[in-house]
Design a protein around this ligand. Structure first.
Ligand SMILES: [Zn+2]
Length: 512
């Protein structure tokens, strides 16, 4: 007898419905065809064992399983459940009546428990789009899938629940989440706030500028200056996460299997801080079964690389292209997969190996040339994509005991939103450009025309501070953002002067 059950394959952050055809006929062999990987081929053993444990009969006949469309590579163990249901139905142990109404996904343990899967959210999105009544999946993934409305989300712990449900002997409780209410009740709540940070006004200002123009930023300072603590607060001054951004970011986390079972939609812009020992695959994504990396998990948020020179140079190199394209394409012989990767890069570094170069109180004990060598560990092209370079020093005792309340993230965020609105309007005819950091050279010449005094100052600064040509464009971009924060159409000497102040690493004396 031939029956069909339905599963789904996840590619990138989208899913495709997979039809599982099972035919049981006379003979004794087990065939699995349709581009399955090894994990699926092993499903035979897992299903046999689960059946044995639960008292279901595995047919002593020829079983042929075909997964289609055949040209899509199917990977992982999460097809155990749809295959198992197909086998039971084809051998007459299960009513096939409801099989066509549900997408079924889940890995089976040897004793018949249903184990979590990756990509439940994109699978749910696809199941609804394809007109299925519901999705049967592991309970641990139910809340994540329930972000999709108008689809029955049935979370299960055990294969017997699925069998009883499909045989109409028992019901499974539907998991529902009011996505919009849940999102708007929690969005941007409980973020670390700049109100808790005393002093450091110039660093906060630099972060505000970076957030306002979508600029990448590097913080240079000795250990204990509060680099990570400050970086962690950047998401709190970025524009609030929108529902569609939240959905896209949650999809990536779903595909990576990074959502816990209490989470439905992510409420905050992600802040990811991978350790410097990270591999290039873990950072940008890839692997035998392609998975999104940290740059995609930070999509719509912040990627913080603490102690940038400690990262392997090769790891930093692979990040250059995605920084430019705001997505990553992973090529495989059978297909190529794309993950979004639009993030703000925030990096930090000590000024030198000992950490105290340029420190007001402590001497640097590094050998001559060591500072330069340390700096050169970061590749020039990567540094080129970082518009703001800012020094950070530990706050003084006076600042620490200052009773004045620091400005809250909400207040700063409001100014950032205003500046972003100006930019959205300015670039409305350019699809790929939304903020000043994304300006092309052509747009730069069009929209950043400093006044007379500004040009003079720029000229003076270039020669006096020996700023490089590449620093020049960065300064113009950042000055544009500062002008936007001041609601000024024209870029003036004052804006340029502040922007020049954010090129600490370009100055003579750094690594010189
Ligand atoms: Zn030193």
């Amino acid at each position: 007898m031939l029956v069909k059950s339905f599963g789904a394959a996840v590619q990138g952050i989208d899913a495709t419905i997979i039809t599982v055809e099972v035919n049981v006929s006379s003979g004794i062999k087990f065939f699995l065809v349709g581009l399955p990987d090894n994990a699926i081929k092993e499903s035979h053993e897992r299903i046999m064992s689960a059946f044995g444990h639960k008292g279901y009969k595995f047919p002593r006949q020829q079983v042929i399983i075909n997964m289609s469309p055949a040209d899509i590579r199917k990977a992982g163990s999460s097809y155990d459940l749809p295959i198992a249901m197909g086998i039971l139905a084809a051998s007459g142990e299960l009513s096939e009546k409801l099989l066509s109404e549900y997408v079924i996904m889940g890995e089976l343990s040897l004793d018949g428990k249903v184990l979590p899967i990756k990509g439940a959210l994109p699978i749910a999105v696809k199941a609804r789009e394809a007109g299925f009544k519901g999705l049967i999946l592991p309970k641990g993934n139910a809340r994540e899938a329930a972000v999709v409305n108008k689809l029955d989300i049935l979370g299960v712990d055990d294969i017997s629940e699925v069998v009883d449900f499909l045989n109409e002997k028992a019901k499974i409780e539907t998991t529902t989440v009011n996505t919009k209410e849940d999102f708007f009740n929690h969005v941007n709540k409980d973020e670390p706030d700049f109100a808790d940070v005393k002093g450091q006004e110039s660093v906060k200002r630099a972060m505000e500028v970076a957030a306002a123009g979508g600029h990448n930023i590097i913080l240079i300072g000795p250990p204990g200056a509060g680099k990570s603590m400050m970086a962690k607060r950047i998401p709190s001054i970025l524009p609030p996460l929108s529902l569609s951004e939240a959905l896209e970011t949650t999809k990536i986390h779903s595909v990576a299997g990074k959502l816990d079972k209490t989470t439905s939609l992510l409420h905050h812009r992600p802040f990811r801080s991978p350790h410097h020992t990270i591999s290039d695959t873990a950072l940008v994504g890839g692997g035998t079964y392609p998975q999104p990396g940290e740059i995609s998990l930070s999509h719509n948020g912040v990627l913080f690389l603490d102690e940038l020179p400690e990262f392997k140079r090769s790891v930093l190199e692979v990040m250059r292209q995605p920084l430019e394209d705001r997505k990553i394409t992973i090529s495989r012989t059978s297909c190529s997969i794309e993950y979004p990767a639009s993030f703000m890069l925030v990096a930090s570094m000590n000024p030198c190996p000992c950490g105290y170069y340029n420190h007001p109180e402590r001497p640097c004990v590094c050998a001559p040339g060591a500072v330069q060598k340390y700096l050169s560990k970061i590749s020039g092209p990567l540094l080129d994509r970082i518009d703001l370079q800012i020094e950070i020093t530990p706050i003084t005792f006076g600042q620490l005991t200052n009773k004045n309340q620091a400005e809250s993230s909400d207040t700063i965020r409001q100014r950032v939103i205003n500046a972003r609105n100006i930019q959205e309007k300015r670039y409305k005819n350019y699809n790929e450009v939304h903020c000043n950091a994304q300006m092309t050279v052509k747009l730069l010449h069009k929209y950043v025309q400093p006044d007379e005094a500004g040009l003079k100052m720029l000229q003076y600064a270039m020669s006096k501070l020996h700023l490089s040509a590449r620093a020049y464009d960065r300064i113009l971009k950042v000055a544009r953002t500062i002008a936007d924060l001041n609601n000024s159409e024209r870029v003036t000497a004052e804006h340029l002067s502040e922007a020049i102040g954010y090129r600490n690493l370009d100055r003579e004396g750094w690594g010189g």
